[in-house]
Design a binder for this molecule. Structure first.
Ligand code: ATP
Length: 268
């Protein structure tokens, strides 16, 4: 008997994007876009340039407004951008957005500031509960160790190679153990080997925290194919395909959107 047959309501998706339409002046950037991400699932969002990936990501994060449609997190209307972390949502930024004046450990501790108010102030010298700071430092160190960069904790981000800075940004997103992790082009600026390692790290996040759901926007289709449980393909503001990597690989609409070429070759 399925859950539907049993009368037990199906668990809410971690993220539901429903009928989202967005316009910039006369341009319809998103046209009734909808998809879901469930706990324990990694979903990759891909599409050719201008497809609407960034627009939908920004709407999910509360940085842009939809003209219509809804975004739900755990069945509830998505909180405002500054309340996302408190709702268990974390994101990374294409530009990393690390604080150059703080050490790596302090940068990661900043990822806890929503859950333990005072930490951010403490990091810049304002009074903060020492107990909170010690606890946060321990959690930050754990997050860094988990990503294999524990030995960078006392360094400053600008002194580290870019791929390590990317891991710091990921550690900052992971430190509060988010229920929904949103990654904005995590492979950008990385080499092939680093991308393979990144894919393993993303998989580890979900394997170790089966309640976590991951949505990532990515140009690097090889990574998306390797890591995603499911892929959503946007083209010209519409969802043109959704399925497992194997389904997407042979989907004619996807091949056409990528100008008739093999999707993995074109997006490289
Ligand atoms: N602030 C804006 N003002 C006007 N048009 C915009 C704005 N942001 C995006 N657009 C347009 O909306 C459409 C979707 O853009 P979006 O950046 O979301 O696509 P994308 O899939 O992220 O593209 P890319 O892969 O090139 O980053 C494009 O036609 C783009 O030119």
């Amino acid at each position: 008997m399925s859950v539907a047959d049993s009368g037990i309501p199906a668990p809410a998706a971690r993220l539901s994007v429903r009928e989202v339409t967005a316009r910039f002046g006369g341009l319809t950037a998103l046209d009734r876009v909808g998809f879901e991400v469930h706990p324990g699932e990694i979903v990759g969002l891909i599409g050719p340039n201008g497809a609407g990936k960034t627009t939908v990501f920004n709407i999910i994060c509360g940085l842009s407004r939809a003209k219509s449609g809804t975004v739900l997190v755990d069945g509830q209307p998505r909180p405002r951008a500054h309340r996302l972390a408190a709702a268990g949502v974390a994101r990374t930024f294409q530009g990393l957005a690390l604080f150059p004046g703080l050490t790596v450990r302090q940068n990661v501790m900043a990822g806890l500031s929503e859950r333990a108010p005072g930490i951010l102030g403490g990091l810049v010298g304002l009074p903060a509960g020492p107990r909170h700071l010690v606890e946060a430092a321990g959690l930050a160190q754990q997050a860094l160790d988990g990503l294999g960069i524990g030995d960078t904790a006392e360094r400053h981000p600008d002194d580290l190679p870019y791929p390590i800075q990317k891991r710091v940004a990921l550690a900052r997103a992971l430190v509060a153990r988010p229920r929904l992790l949103l990654l904005d082009e995590p492979a950008g600026g990385l080499g092939e080997d680093e991308i393979t390692e990144l894919g393993e790290l993303i998989r580890d996040v979900v394997d170790e925290n089966p309640e976590t759901a991951v949505l990532f926007v990515e140009h690097h289709v090889d990574l998306v194919m390797a890591v995603s449980d499911r892929i959503v393909v946007l083209d010209a503001g519409r969802v043109i395909a959704e399925g497992t990597p194997d389904e997407i690989r042979v989907d004619p609409a996807v091949a056409e959107a990528y100008l008739g070429h093999d999707v993995e070759e074109v997006a490289r």
